[in-house]
Write a protein that binds this ligand. Structure first.
Ligand code: ADP
Length: 447
């Protein structure tokens, strides 16, 4: 400010000095006014330079001005630097925010007040086929044509979500997407989508499971109820009464087996993975399961089944003895129940090149039609319903076997041909197999 004042004083002094040389008061004042005008013109020119710089916003070239305009230039420059810094920060934050929304498992779409797409993420493309760039500013109803969504949008019932068929859905492979709209700002809308296919499938499975369990329990209960009524209303001979009581005991036993299988399944689903430090000798496992199966074979009508063990090697399997015994005894009990009396059941142990181990149970039964094989491990899936029931089956045996194997890092393999028997194999990866200490023999032939 001082320099500007000094500059003004200088112009006035120079003007008055020039006027004073004319030796007249008029010229003295005239010179002073001329000096002031020159100073004003100079100052206005500098101001214009400053204005032009600000207007053109060419921050790389600042005008060379004296104070106080130089001070204004410096101040503007500093402010501009601050703004650039702030804008960069905001951009970084916006980029991070958008990257976070991109990473969201939910589809996100921003709609303007007319329902046109302003922004969408990658997941929205996967769920609804809406492309983040190509479909920008498209009206949402042009892209989601499901009548349920159109009605949801027009009725503006945004307090709940609407389910529609998702991108790539087919009859055999349904994809269900739930959409919910959240209005915000001035008539703008946030549209969120999520894939509920798995949830719906789990819900359908739960419903089927409850229906199946109810059905399985209702059948023996109805039979039991009938017998109780007969015993209450009819006067029966001791022999008949004993016969009815035996049949009632059979139904009760059936329900007990079903409940026990259900409990086994729920335990398998809910308990932590089996301890890898614990080991079971394959030969012990096979011996005890064959003993159990031959007991079952004895109570079935007709001649007993023959059991053959083909195990050139013996190994230790890491895992739960109870679970592994349950898996193998389910396979052996199936082999007995689905192989005609007098048939042969072979248990074989094989070690693969990688050190993996397979324990297989083969029978000489009727075999299974290939179309049923992929579904055999589903709960309550049976090929021959009446044979399963007659022999005390619950339809849960192979589901238990599959679960046990999964918990031990293994898989169940089923090979069968109609009329040529079946082979059910339990495969264990090498990391589940331990070598037997030296001197421990293999399997003894079954008694
Ligand atoms: P279930 O208690 O009915 O035997 P599983 O889950 O053990 O139930 O078996 C499912 C179905 O697979 C059985 O109902 C039967 O139809 C078929 N199955 C299982 N094992 C054999 C086998 N060894 N031979 C022929 N069919 C079998």
């Amino acid at each position: 400010m001082t320099s500007r004042f000094v500059e003004l004083l200088g112009c006035l002094a120079l003007g008055s000095l020039l006027g004073w040389q004319q030796a007249s008061l008029f010229w003295l004042f005239g010179g002073m006014i001329a000096g002031a005008v020159v100073w004003l013109a100079l100052d206005t020119w500098r101001f214009r330079l400053l204005l032009r710089w600000l207007r053109e916003a060419d921050w790389s070239q600042e005008p060379q001005l004296s104070a106080p305009w130089a001070w204004v230039v410096e101040k503007v420059r500093r402010l501009q630097k601050q703004w650039v810094g702030k804008a960069r920060d905001s951009q970084t934050r916006l980029d991070e925010f958008l990257a976070a929304i991109q990473a969201s498992p939910n589809g996100v779409l921003l709609l303007d007040s007319d329902g046109r797409i302003e922004w969408s993420n990658q997941t929205a493309e996967e769920h609804l086929g809406i492309h983040p760039e190509r479909d920008l500013l498209q009206h949402i109803t042009n892209l989601i044509r499901d009548p349920a969504f159109s009605s949801y949008l027009s009725k503006a019932e945004f307090q709940h979500e609407v389910a529609i068929a998702g991108q790539g859905a087919t009859v055999s492979k349904p994809v269900v997407i739930a959409i919910r709209i959240h209005p915000y700002g001035k008539k703008r809308k946030l549209l969120l989508s999520r894939d509920i296919t798995a949830v719906q499938q789990a819900e359908a499975m739960r419903r089927d499971f409850v229906a199946n369990v109810s059905h399985e329990i209702r059948t023996p209960l109805t039979v039991l109820g009938g017998f109780v009524e007969t015993l209450q209303t009819l006067s029966l001979s001791d022999a008949d009464r004993a016969k009815y009581l035996d049949l009632m005991a059979l139904q009760a036993q059936r329900m007990q087996t079903l409940v026990s299988d259900l409990l086994t399944l729920s335990k398998l689903e809910g308990s932590p993975a089996p301890n890898r430090q614990q080991c079971v000798k394959a030969s012990d496992l096979i011996r005890s399961c064959i003993q159990e199966a031959s007991g079952l074979s004895e109570v079935l009508p007709g001649p007993r089944h023959a059991f053959v063990v083909n195990a050139p090697v013996d190994v230790l399997l890491a895992g739960s003895r109870t679970e592994l015994a349950s898996a193998l005894s389910n396979l052996l009990s199936n082999a007995v129940r689905y192989t005609p009396a007098g048939g042969t059941i072979t248990v074989a142990v094989g070690v693969g090149r990688d050190g993996d181990v397979t324990i297989s149970v083969s029978d000489t039964g009727a075999g299974i039609d290939p179309e049923h094989i992929p579904r055999l491990t589903e709960r309550f899936y049976r090929v021959d319903r009446s044979r399963s029931r007659e022999t005390g089956g619950t339809g849960l045996g192979l589901a238990i076997v599959k679960h046990v194997l999964q918990r031990h890092g293994g898989v169940v393999d089923i090979q069968s041909r109609l009329g040529h028997g079946s082979t059910f194999s339990l495969w264990f990866p090498a990391d589940r197999v331990r070598a037997l200490p030296q001197g421990q023999a293999g399997l003894a032939p079954p008694s």
